[in-house]
Write a protein that binds this ligand. Structure first.
Ligand SMILES: [Zn+2]
Length: 105
């Protein structure tokens, strides 16, 4: 998986194309990612103790990880990144275009 929780990503394919958001959850087993305010789905819920009124609840649905690109602040665009391994250092993710390091949250 090329994205991690806390990353800023851009949707590059599908009906939410062009939207940007923060990764809330990575469902690595399914290859899907939940991104803040993207791919909202409506759930019709029955009243519960937590939500005594029930009704329609909006929540984030998951997106295919391959439809997402990491956001590069320097390019101002969604970019592919490569993993740069420096000796004695942690793996870093680097923008393929401008070479700037994309920090993990
Ligand atoms: Zn870049």
């Amino acid at each position: 998986m090329h994205v991690r929780k806390g990353d800023t990503v851009v949707v590059i394919a599908g009906k939410e194309k062009g939207k940007r958001g923060r990764v809330l959850r990575v469902l690595s087993g399914k290859g899907r990612v939940v991104v803040e305010r993207i791919s909202m789905i409506k759930r019709h819920t029955k009243p519960t103790q937590r939500n005594p009124r029930g009704g329609i609840l909006e929540k984030e649905g998951s997106l295919e990880a391959s439809n997402l690109a990491l956001w590069c602040g320097k390019c101002g665009a969604g970019r592919r990144c490569r993993v740069d391994i420096k000796e004695g250092r942690k793996k870093r993710r680097v923008c393929v275009k401008c070479g700037s390091v994309i920090e993990s949250a």
